[in-house]
Design a protein. Structure first.
Lengths: 130, 224
């Protein structure tokens, strides 16, 4: 299985209409279609003493996603797409097996996969005008 | 009812509840006395449980002897686990399945986390099971536990009074003991996934607060 197949396999958990609506309104899809508890929290948007930035954070076990709110920005949409990626991996067991067998460092391989999700969602944003 | 009579009634009721045959007729109580007696029995039950119940796992010396609580001196080595698993061509899902067969509550996401995020909360008994399933030794799978930035951040959070209050709320929502709630919230901090840098101690604390609030409210439509 290659990266594109992984992305396709994961995205198959969402039907076509949901793809379109995610591009137009990611928050609504995460909350209503996927029944996740999604909340914008200022503490992720605040500047950190060490200069680091954490834009989104998921407690998958509890279906809770927290994100730094920057309304209607590409940054916010990509953060939500990234957190959707974590959720999709959770739904697609073989992706964990695939990720674990890649030779590049863990962060790099996850970034490749999530870039794949974000890329796919980015395409959708263009296609659906999000 | 005099104090002596009330003590007598209570003793009879407690004996009857414990299943002892007393041969005495159970007294018929007035409504006000019944309420008082019931509340006293509830207190008696709680006191009995406090005196006889099992201690929380992490402070139970027997659990420690059985290897069911994480060892403060050594921990599962993520790289060694990956190496051992790959050596015998086992997928994370297959390792998880094998551990489940042994009675451990393990999912594929857990194996992935142990290899890629943190394995600090793994008990020695589980490490032994992993070693057996990956045809290696416990020594090869473990390393001495060193303070990492991640563990320092989590320790900073767990030492704070605010965390204690969150533990109390989590225990109430989930209907579990405080010790179990504390352990669950700590595991959540280890298992969280994120975009960008790892959350710092302050962000972790506020995120755990937001998690507890979200689960407490059970509302999926929180506004930004």
């Amino acid at each position: 299985m290659d990266l594109d197949q992984c992305v396709d396999r994961a995205l198959s958990h969402l039907d076509e209409t949901v793809h379109g609506r995610f591009a137009a309104n990611p928050l609504e899809v995460l909350r209503n279609d996927l029944s996740l508890k999604v909340k914008g929290v200022d503490h992720l948007a605040d500047r950190r003493d060490d200069g680091g930035a954490c834009d989104g954070l998921s407690f998958l076990q509890d279906g809770v996603i927290l994100y730094a709110p920057t309304p209607n920005s590409r940054r916010e949409n990509f953060t939500l797409a990234h957190e959707l990626g974590h959720w999709l991996v959770e739904q697609t067991e073989e992706l964990y097996d695939w990720l674990a067998d890649q030779d590049d460092p863990p962060n790099a391989r996850e970034m490749r996969l999530f870039s794949g999700f974000s890329g796919a969602c980015s395409d959708l944003l263009v296609v659906y005008g999000g | 009812m005099t104090k002596h009579e009330r003590d007598e009634v209570l003793a009879n009721l407690l004996e009857a509840r414990a299943g002892w045959v007393t041969g005495k007729d159970q007294p018929v109580l007035r409504e006000e006395d019944r309420a008082e007696v019931e509340s006293l029995i509830e207190v008696a039950d709680l006191l009995w449980e406090a005196g006889h119940g099992a201690p929380p796992l992490e402070s139970d010396p027997v659990a420690a002897m059985l290897g069911l609580t994480p060892d403060p001196r050594c921990a599962l080595n993520p790289k060694a686990l990956t190496r051992a698993r790959k050596n015998i061509r086992l997928k994370p899902s297959e390792l998880a399945d094998r551990l489940v067969v042994r009675g451990w509550d393990v999912q594929i996401r857990d194996v992935f986390r142990w290899e890629n995020q943190s394995a600090a909360d793994i008990a020695p008994a589980l490490i032994k099971a992993i070693a057996e399933e990956t045809n290696t030794s416990v020594d090869r799978l473990t390393k001495s536990r060193k303070a990492t930035a991640e563990h320092e951040e989590i320790a900073t959070v767990t030492r704070s009074p605010r965390f204690e209050r969150l533990v109390e709320r989590w225990a109430r929502i989930q209907g579990v003991s405080r010790a179990l709630a504390a352990s669950a919230l700590e595991s959540r901090m280890l298992a969280t996934v994120h975009r960008g840098d790892r959350p710092d101690a302050d962000q972790l604390m506020q995120s755990i607060d937001a998690l507890v609030t979200a689960v407490e409210s059970g509302v999926s439509r929180n506004g930004p």
